[in-house]
Design a protein around this ligand. Structure first.
Ligand code: G1P
Length: 283
């Protein structure tokens, strides 16, 4: 079978990042650095390594720093760094700029993750695509595939017929901060679950399982049509989780138990843990 491999990856980056105010009053939360690289850099690097080299970013007013980041350095900076050891510090970003293309689109009104993904539709078209929420910083197990590489492998394994979402088994008292799936293991496929239903941020005690959705998705493009008719859900917003329910009902949604480590950098504790992890690695 000629499986069409995903090449595009969407990054919803229009949110306010209120938990990091006042810093995020002028600095987009995706530009907050984990040591010397902003969160957005880690996310794009992960997509690039997984072969998703057409990067689409959904931004909003006040997020121009993201657009400027994914561009070549100014002549003045390049000149100052020429022939110094510090020019090495830009090599990772340079590799991203060489391998990836970048498109940006604005979300005028913040109406939820589902709406952000739908806003990105003109950048994706009619093909499968990844979605990365950069504040979930995922680290591959030593010497193994990163999170999006793992998902691409699952997507291929099932002939590109299913959307794949990443999940992690979470403590019960954390579930109401996540989308949670109702699912059964797929016989013969370790770490894979067939999803039958999903609930966005279930009230305490009502979650259908302990598998919370992590910010990594590999979606078939019919999700856009579903999102168009998805009604306002949790918090009065259009939820991607609600749209995924329809794919689940059609038996076309599988969940992958992510291998590796995840830092929830949308909150202070996870952010600090990520900084300590990368600093400990000598970065
Ligand atoms: C979003 C999704 C949620 C998912 C989470 C992962 O929520 O709506 O289903 O579990 O990302 O980080 P948010 O964190 O944007 O509120």
């Amino acid at each position: 079978m000629n499986t069409r491999l995903p090449q595009k990856c969407l990054f919803p980056m229009a949110g306010f990042g209120t938990r990091f105010l006042p810093a995020t009053k002028t600095v987009p939360k995706e530009m907050l650095p984990i040591v010397n690289k902003p969160l957005a850099h880690y996310g794009v690097e992960e997509a690039m390594e997984a072969g998703l080299v057409d990067i689409g970013i959904v931004t909003s007013r006040g997020k121009e720093a993201i657009t400027d980041y994914f561009d070549i350095a100014s002549a003045e900076l390049t000149q100052q760094l020429d022939n110094t050891a510090r020019s090495e510090l830009l090599s990772g970003l340079q590799q991203i700029l060489t391998c990836c293309s970048f498109s940006f689109i604005r979300q005028y009104v913040r109406r939820g993750l589902g709406d952000a993904v739908l806003t990105g539709r003109p950048l994706i078209g009619d093909q499968p695509f990844g979605v990365i929420l950069a504040d979930d910083l995922c680290i591959a197990p030593p010497g193994q595939d990163n999170a999006m590489q793992q998902m691409v492998a699952v997507f291929k394994q099932f002939d590109a017929k299913y959307s794949v979402i990443a999940v992690e088994e979470l403590p019960t008292d954390e579930l109401s901060r996540f989308g949670v799936i109702d699912a059964l293991p797929i016989a013969g496929f370790p770490n894979l679950l067939q999803v039958s239903n999903l609930v966005e941020k279930p009230a305490p005690g009502t979650a259908p399982s302990n598998y919370g959705i992590i910010g990594r998705y590999l979606l078939t493009p019919d999700i856009f049509e579903i999102l168009e008719r998805t009604e306002l859900g949790h918090s009065g917003e259009i939820q991607l989780t609600d749209a995924l329910c329809e794919q689940a009902r059609q038996g076309r949604l599988i969940a992958w138990c992510l291998q590796g480590r995840r830092f929830d950098c949308g909150g202070v504790a996870g952010f600090v843990a990520a900084v300590n992890h990368f600093h400990g690695q000598g970065l």
